[in-house]
Write a protein that binds this ligand. Structure first.
Ligand code: GLY
Length: 324
């Protein structure tokens, strides 16, 4: 058994590890952990308390993949509900679909009795109000929200204002490998922007025959390289988990133009091995638990500088800003 989660997973990892040790199946153990993070007000990139979009609305994304069946479930741009991961799980059970977005996701959440609630918490509202006061012109304030939002995206982009996710990669006692993700996406994103969290193959992928992968950070990059699916495919083609993650990191380093920013690739194989590489040159850590460890431990991610991004903070804001 193995569990890997990123640093956003701190509040859920003890629960998921305990459940796995008790023999609970992978997706149930992942859901229990992710719900705790979605509930935690101090995690500003997942669930309630997450950063809002440019219009000051919190849009939540979540996904999962069952590596036994290769069923997936993703919910995207969900507003007004507290647990997108659970809504996605219900969708996997009840619908023949793999992705639901925005109004459809909201309709389905209501239909299955998902917990509705306020997701824009005071710290996030205060930060948005402050941004609005400083960055939006008087003329745009008069016409708000019927104004061009794209120019405002430029001022909003700050890699320090998270575009993180929580990701859980698990192999349970039966050998089933599953992955789960949840996020509020990129703070001050253009409304409706999806990162990699609800895009299976980009932000996550699991196949119990080979392993699983999941990404955190700038989802634009993993979408462009199909990162998570690539890692699992590279393992299928014979690479070790370490080689597969580094190959996927090289794919990102070959990207040209667009948003170039930080991303961390996490992966596990079927034999209890794992690899976590931060493609950005910034320190990052993750949680690891295996059945030979009494409790989860923090490990530093291997750091791989992005060749084209000497200063990721500057590059992300600068390159994208220049495009607009
Ligand atoms: N990886 C999270 C996002 O890009 O939204």
């Amino acid at each position: 058994m193995i569990l890997v989660t990123n640093n956003e997973g701190t509040h859920g990892v003890p629960t998921t590890a305990r459940l796995l040790a008790e023999g609970v199946p992978a997706l149930d153990a992942i859901e229990a952990g992710i719900r705790l993070i979605e509930d935690n007000e101090t995690v500003y990139t997942v669930g309630r308390g997450g950063w809002p979009n440019l219009l000051g609305e919190v849009e939540l994304d979540a996904s999962m993949m069952d590596g036994d069946t290769l069923r997936t479930a993703a919910i995207a741009s969900l507003k007004g509900y507290l647990h997108p991961f659970t809504v996605a799980r219900k969708m996997m059970e009840l619908l023949p679909h793999e992705i639901l977005v925005d109004e459809g996701a909201r309709l389905f959440a209501k239909e299955v009795g998902a917990e509705a609630g306020e997701t824009l918490l005071p710290h996030a509202k205060a930060a948005w109000d402050n941004w609005y006061a400083k960055e939006v012109s008087d003329e745009d304030k008069r016409n708000w929200p019927n104004v061009p939002l794209a120019p405002l995206c430029r001022h909003a982009i700050d890699p320090e204002i998270g575009k993180d996710t929580t990701v859980f990669l698990v192999q349970d006692k039966n050998g089933s490998i599953c992955v789960g993700t949840s996020t509020s996406g990129w703070g001050w994103k253009y409304p409706g922007r999806l990162g990699d969290c609800p895009i299976i193959g980009a932000g996550s992928y699991a196949d119990s025959r080979y392993g699983a992968a999941a990404c955190t950070g700038a989802g634009e990059m993993s979408i462009r390289t199909g990162a998570a699916r690539s890692v699992v495919l590279y393992m299928k083609m014979g690479m070790t988990v370490e080689e597969a993650v580094h190959e996927a990191a090289s794919d990102m380093e070959a990207l040209k133009g667009g948003l170039i920013s930080r991303i961390t690739i996490h992966a596990i194989d079927t034999k209890g091995n794992h690899e976590v590489v931060a493609v950005n040159g910034i320190e990052n850590s993750y949680w690891l638990w295996t059945d030979s460890l009494p409790e989860p431990v923090v490990r530093p991610a291997e750091i791989r500088p992005l060749a084209s991004a000497a200063n990721p903070r500057e590059t992300a804001a600068f390159k994208f800003g220049k495009q607009l």
